[in-house]
Design a protein around this ligand. Sequence first.
Ligand SMILES: [Zn+2]
Length: 61
Amino acid sequence: MTDTPKMICPDCGIEMNYHAEKLDYTAALIDPDAVDPDLDGILEEVHTCPGCGTIGTRRSQ
Ligand SMILES: [Zn+2]
């Protein structure tokens, strides 16, 4: 977990800050194979860019 690479802002090219985790239920409908059976959804990390405020998400590892 400690060496998880940071997300890079597509606009600024700088490292984004990890903000929160959210459970995405709609993604589960699109990609059922990725669903965590315990959570009934897909866990995503939310990152925000300190430069422009862009919000990015990616699946938790
Ligand atoms: Zn940015």
